[in-house]
Design a protein. Structure first.
Length: 306
């Protein structure tokens, strides 16, 4: 089996980019000094993330295809959380030269398939040798003429609602750490999140006043909305959707587990939300986040907390 070192930089680039589909929003993709991305709105939504082997993924837990899907999903979800539609992904790929070329193929297949699910394309990037696998992902999106949804628009009296699964990725990580291999759907959720990308533009159509994707834990992320908006968010634990498969610690995972990339937002109290959204609380005057009237203890992800 060939390694990426044996292929060389340009051989690897040619191998990987030859398999990438290109959508209509990428008139010029990989192969030149830079890509050209259509921006019909005149504004571009942009976000970036780093994923480091051993910190954000483990190759003994996840295959390259799942790692690619996860790396794309967490960035594309950020674009959708602004009320935008994802258009393109730029990928920086650093890896040891002895990494198998087939491993890289699987990674890029995952990146491409997740982009397709979100309506975007891998438009370009870079490859470089490094001691460990590191991915630098930049996602771009288009607002379609609408205002961006930020964290700063929540108002007292608004309803708080979520869409997407909560706690699955956290529970899956806990199972893998304990050496367990089931329930399979929970472990699969850690390996490959499934953000409901359409929730972002939909939330804007429903009149959302603030929105974000749940990447670091529901309570921690709601605290970002509370802080940016200068309000308090009250959560009713009984209203939080907790899947039975998560077991007795399901509520803890749903409140503090990240990486599912569900969406949480605030909406006018009178807004009529479809069944895909679940109301879990309300916005009030004050600061911070309360659960059943009490200040929660810790929880959530911090990249600099070991």
């Amino acid at each position: 089996m060939a390694t990426i070192g044996e292929l060389g930089e340009f051989g690897l680039i040619e191998r990987l980019t030859a398999r990438l589909p290109r959508g209509a929003r990428v008139p010029l993709g990989p192969g030149d000094d830079a890509a050209v991305i259509a921006a019909p709105d005149g504004r571009v939504v942009a976000t970036t993330d780093l994923l480091v082997e051993g910190r954000h993924f483990r190759r003994d837990w996840s295959g390259p295809y799942d790692i690619g899907r996860k790396a794309a999903a967490q960035n594309l979800a950020d674009v959708a959380a602004m009320g935008a539609r994802p258009t393109a992904l730029l990928v920086g790929f650093a890896a040891p030269p002895d990494t198998g070329a087939e491993w890289a193929d699987g990674l890029y297949a995952g990146l491409a398939d997740e982009c397709e699910a979100a309506g975007a394309s891998v438009a370009g990037g870079d490859v470089v040798a490094a001691p460990e696998i590191t991915l630098a992902i930049t996602a771009l999106g288009d607002l379609g003429g609408g205002a961006p949804l930020t964290r700063a628009g929540a108002r007292p009296g608004d309803a708080v609602a979520v869409r997407g699964r909560l706690g699955f990725a956290s529970a899956g990580l806990e199972l893998l750490t304990a050496g367990r291999d089931g329930p399979a759907e929970v472990i699969a959720a850690h390996r490959r999140p499934e953000p409901p990308y359409e929730a972002g533009p939909q939330a804007r159509e429903l009149g959302a006043t603030a929105l974000l994707d749940v990447s670091d834990g529901l309570l921690q992320d709601l605290a970002h909305i509370a802080g940016a908006s200068g309000v308090r968010i009250d959560v009713e634990s009984a209203a939080v959707p907790v899947a039975a498969v998560l077991g007795p610690d399901g509520l803890r995972h749903a409140l503090t587990g990240g990486e599912d990339h569900a969406f949480a937002g605030t909406f006018p109290a009178a807004a009529i939300l479809p069944p895909s959204w679940t109301r879990i609380g309300a916005v009030a005057r004050g600061t911070g986040v309360r659960v059943d009237g009490r200040v929660p203890e810790g929880g959530g992800w911090d990249h600099f907390r070991m």
